[in-house]
Design a protein. Structure first.
Lengths: 303, 497
């Protein structure tokens, strides 16, 4: 097994009396996409800033590509959560500037900037100042600036925030391409659908503490499958069906009955019970818990 | 180092492509023109026409004679200035030696007297004509400050007890700025009082001139009474000529270098203040802007805080140097247009400080000063979350920054005095004060001590700014109090910067 690209051991960061990150440990293997999930204020951005050497941990150790961040800075790409660039800089110059700071030669940096802009359909805007671009375009430019120097490890802090659905889909494709090209990617988000579609593994964080670290399948295995049943009748009798662990009634904005199923139990017993009672169903599905459900369950349990 | 230079380059481009930079570059020559022209406009006093009723006899002629002498002196000074720009100096020196001598010191009484005797302005212009350059501008003689006109008969015949009324009518006519009545007993038995009538007594130029002329006439009359043989003696026209020497120089007779050598350091000290305020405050705004648009976070992912602060400093120094170069060229251009002699004067001044023992120190103090002020502004920018925050910190900082300006005249009067020596050891101000003093040869101990202090202060502030920047640039809390600032600055920090 190759050395992990990222390794955190008992990393703690405090701001005065407030502990932002508490003994956080996890690893990220080369070529993987890791979703770094957590509610607002969970400590995600603080952790990412520590990975980048912007903040220093109070205790614990961080190794990136087997080294201290100071030694591997040019091999890392970073997209911050809050986007901003020099407003009067032209798009290609802005991308090239960051790439040169990451060690690229000026000519190569400009060539890379123009290639990426072309790939993203922004070639006509290469010489446009950042202040003249739309918000979506400016965000794309910043993303391209994070990867123009061809980094081995890319850290993306809330990369989907502020993008419209079309641009979000484009970004997903781009992240997949990066992974296919052998890059290791760590991105933080609280939009679970993106993480569910992209990630090989997830780390869930709340109040600075790690709640989960593993693959999506492992996360799903922690929680029961859920059946969702729609009917005009009262389905409280399903509580008596073997294998149904919990029953939630419909509520405002949620018109279906939700049943948590025991492991290994399928939906046939539920359907049979409804048939026996002569209840006509308008909806029925059974599926593993979504990442959203897992995330909410984990965070609620921690609270 | 590479990242420092890349950041410096980016900072340089960012600042010099701003509209504000172009405006400041343009504003300076405009400001210089205003500074030069306003005193000219304000000093271009209106011509004052006056008349004299001389009932004592002989004093009117004395005032008129003084007036002719003053006009001749003004003519000679204007001709000297005109010749410097428009005549072939060496040709004039060879063929018109007396004239060339008078031009060297046109205010000297003996030169003015000789100029008058030789025919005054017209004769001098004729003598100069063969030596005028082909592109010589026409000579415009200066307008006399005062013009004497004969008194009207009604004033001459006005009895003493009604003279005030007559004078009022004369002034009301608008023909006269002032009327002077010299009473019959003036100059006799200690009587030396005249009456001066004018609508504007606050303008005392004419009054001072007339008083001076009458004083001279009185003295001559006393001489006439007690030592008549001396009245027309040349000895009375003798004036003192002072030869100045500086025994610390190899060529002990001093030249104008002695005064010129002080011009460049003073100019540099003032320029240091102006560019510091201008560029360092731009540096502050830049950091606040980068904090607000989170660009700083991107930079911090690429470079260390120390590289970022150093890059910003180098960038702002480059902007300051470019500013100084452009301003200097503009200034030279303006001076060349106005009077070619001033360009020579400036080159002489630059040449006088371009010595092994002055120039390196001057440049060192200049860059230390720029870095000290830049560091402070950068630290303020790191601690501020908005321009409003920055302004609240900038106000007191500006007051502190401006403090040395109050002491410039005192230090220039006595550059090696107690006060100058004392304030030179205030670390924040050392470069500024030492630039002012360096041409006055402060003691060696002070030079080397303050040089070490300036270097130490600069190094400390750059280090301190790196620390403040690293600790504050990503925070969104309120700027710390003064005590908090000191505590944080001195606190041990394991942050790698």
């Amino acid at each position: 097994m190759t050395d992990p690209v990222l390794e955190l051991r008992d990393v703690t960061k405090r701001f005065g009396d407030f502990t932002a990150v508490d003994k956080l440990s996890f690893t990220l293997a080369r070529g993987r996409i890791l979703g770094f999930l957590g509610p607002n204020g969970a400590g995600k951005t603080t952790t990412l800033r520590m990975l980048l050497g912007i903040l220093q941990p109070d205790s614990g150790a961080i190794a990136i590509l087997g080294h201290d961040i100071a030694d591997v800075r040019p091999r890392i790409g970073y997209l911050p959560e809050e986007r901003g660039f020099y407003k009067r800089m032209r798009a290609d110059a802005a991308i090239a500037y960051i790439a040169t700071l990451k060690g690229m030669k000026r000519a190569a940096a400009f060539a890379s900037a123009r290639r990426l802009l072309k790939e993203f359909g922004l070639e006509p805007f290469a010489r446009v100042r950042i202040e003249g671009l739309s918000k979506g375009m400016a965000q794309k430019v910043q993303l391209l600036a994070a990867v123009a120097h061809d980094p081995e490890f890319v850290i993306l802090d809330e990369p989907f925030s502020g993008l419209d659905p079309v641009n979000q889909a484009e970004l997903e494709i781009f992240i997949r391409k990066l992974a296919e090209a052998g890059k290791t990617i760590l991105f933080s988000t609280h939009t679970m659908q993106h993480a569910e579609r992209l990630c090989d593994g997830i780390v869930v964080l709340t109040k600075g503490q790690k709640l989960f670290d593993g693959t999506l399948d492992a996360a799903r295995a922690l929680f029961p499958r859920r059946a969702r049943v729609g009917a005009d009748a009262d389905l409280s009798f399903l509580r008596q069906v073997p294998g149904v662990q919990q029953l939630s009634m419909p509520s405002a904005g949620q018109p279906l009955w939700i049943l948590d199923m025991a492991e290994g139990v399928d939906g046939r017993a539920v359907l049979a019970a409804c048939f026996e009672k002569g209840v006509p169903l308008t909806h029925f599905d059974i599926s593993p818990p979504s990442l959203h459900d897992i995330f909410v369950s984990l965070v609620e349990a921690a609270a | 180092m590479r990242n420092t230079l890349l950041i410096a380059r980016q900072e340089f481009i960012k600042y010099v492509t701003r509209r504000g930079f172009f405006i400041s570059i343009l504003m300076f020559p405009i400001w210089i023109i205003i500074v030069l022209m306003v005193p000219r406009w304000t000093s271009a006093a209106p011509q004052r026409t006056f008349t004299i009723v001389d009932r004592a006899g002989g004093y009117r002629a004395a005032i008129v004679e003084s007036l002719a002498r003053e006009n001749a002196e003004r003519d000679l000074a204007a001709l000297a200035s005109y010749a410097a720009s428009n005549a072939d100096a060496s040709g004039l020196e060879r063929a018109q030696q007396p004239l060339a001598r008078w031009f060297e010191n046109p205010q000297a009484p003996h030169a003015v007297a000789a100029f008058q005797k030789s025919g005054g302005r017209d004769a001098a212009l004729s003598a100069m004509r063969p030596f005028l350059k082909p592109a010589a501008r026409p000579f415009h003689p200066p307008a006399p400050r005062f013009v004497y006109v004969e008194p009207p008969p009604e004033l001459l015949s006005s009895p003493s007890d009604r003279f005030a009324n007559s004078a009022r009518y004369a002034l009301d006519s608008g023909r006269y700025f002032a009327v002077i009545l010299i009473p019959p007993d003036f100059g006799q038995e200690g009587h030396a009082t005249v009456q001066y009538y004018a609508r504007d007594l606050s303008d005392s130029d004419l009054l001072d001139f007339a008083t001076g002329a009458l004083d001279s006439a009185l003295h001559r009359n006393v001489l006439k009474r007690y030592a008549p043989q001396l009245v027309d003696s040349d000895a009375l026209e003798a004036t003192t000529t002072v030869n100045t020497f500086n025994p610390t120089k190899a060529n002990s007779q001093s030249s104008r270098d002695d005064s010129l050598v002080k011009i460049v350091p003073i100019a540099l000290a003032i320029i240091l203040f102006i560019v510091s305020v201008m560029n360092a405050s731009v540096l502050l705004q830049g950091v606040v802007e980068e904090k607000s648009n989170r660009m700083i976070e991107v930079l911090l992912s690429c470079a260390t805080p120390r590289q970022i602060t150093s890059g910003k400093m180098v960038g702002v120094i480059a902007v300051a140097l470019l500013t100084i170069i452009i301003w200097s060229l503009a200034l030279f251009g303006l001076m060349a247009l106005a009077d070619a002699r001033t360009v020579t004067l400036v080159f002489d001044a630059l040449g006088s400080v371009a010595t092994f023992d002055t120039l390196p120190l001057l440049l060192l103090y200049f860059f230390c000063g720029l870095l000290i002020y830049g560091s402070v502004f950068l630290a303020i920018g790191s601690m501020a979350n908005s321009l409003a925050d920055a302004q609240s910190l900038l106000g007191p900082s500006m007051l502190i920054l401006m403090l040395p300006n109050l002491l410039i005249s005192g230090i220039m009067r006595d550059p090696n005095g107690e006060m100058a020596s004392l304030v030179s050891w205030i670390p924040f101000y050392t470069p500024f004060f030492m630039m002012l003093r360096i041409a006055s040869h402060p003691p060696a101990l002070q030079i080397w001590g303050t040089t070490a202090l300036a270097l130490g202060t600069t190094a400390f502030l750059i280090w301190w700014t790196g620390r403040v920047f690293a600790n504050h640039v990503l925070t969104t809390e309120r700027p710390p109090s003064l005590t908090g600032l000191v505590r944080r600055a001195l606190a041990l920090d394991r942050r790698k910067i």
